[in-house]
Design a protein around this ligand. Structure first.
Ligand code: CMP
Length: 222
């Protein structure tokens, strides 16, 4: 599928490659389709591929031994995941699950290693991706310490909206609660408050409309 090149081209990792190398790499990728709820891989699985999201949404999920879950991040088209185990021992650090029907481009670690040997400057992009992720993790830790559930819920809703006023909530109530790091009841209460204040409108099961982004943003600051 020729359209795969533009997606690879937009990722931080492969975006800087010269066209012929990108084309060569594209020839070695596979496109896999997942349905909503499908597991892509689980924590501690041995790993051989990284993935680029071609379409749909993917959740990276940490799971406790009692099966409680925390959604670490939600990824959309162009995002890259499953690369960490290429660098540190070949074992997955978290679960990955399709939140919607999703198409993923799978790239074998060996092919990525070949690219890195031939174009070592691409490692800058790897470092950038990991530094960004560490920043996001630091921020989530600080949020857990300094923001209340209402503030964390507002923050996650704004992130999931991806800058759009109208958006479809890709997570179940349980998953959203896991991402906020609070019980479903407390997160629902926060959402009900935003609806009452007319900062947010919800129709059907998953259609969300942000009516007052500014107020929601103020609620995310300490
Ligand atoms: P890997 O360890 O191969 O498999 C799980 C993937 O989830 C990991 O690579 C990263 O791509 C991704 N991942 C793990 N932790 C986080 C996080 N905190 N934020 C975003 N992505 C993550």
């Amino acid at each position: 599928m020729a359209a795969r090149t533009p997606v690879l081209d937009k990722t931080d990792l492969f975006g800087t490659l010269p066209p012929e190398l990108l084309e060569q790499l594209r020839g070695r990728t596979a496109l896999a389709r997942y349905r909503r709820g499908d597991t892509i891989f689980e924590k501690d699985d041995p790993a051989t591929h990284l993935y680029v999201v071609f379409s749909g949404r993917i959740a990276i999920v940490a799971r406790a031994s009692d099966d409680r879950e925390s959604v670490l991040t939600v990824l959309g088209p162009g995002a890259l995941f499953g690369e960490m185990s290429m660098f540190d021992g070949g074992i997955r650090s978290a679960n990955a699950r399709a939140l919607t029907t999703a198409h993923l481009i799978a790239v074998e670690f060996d092919d990525v290693r070949d690219v890195l040997v031939r174009r070592p400057e691409v490692l800058w992009a790897v470092v950038r991706i990991l530094a960004r992720r560490l920043r996001a993790t630091d921020e989530a830790l600080a949020d857990a310490m300094f923001l209340d559930v209402t503030g964390r819920t507002a923050k996650r809703l704004l992130e999931l909206s991806d800058g759009e006023s109208d958006f479809r909530m890709p997570l179940t109530q349980e998953e959203l609660a896991g991402m906020v790091g609070a019980s479903r009841e407390r997160v629902n209460k926060a959402i009900a408050l935003f609806v009452k204040l007319e900062w947010l409108e919800i129709s059907g099961r998953s259609r969300y409309r942000i009516l007052n982004r500014e107020e929601l943003e103020i609620r995310t600051t300490v």
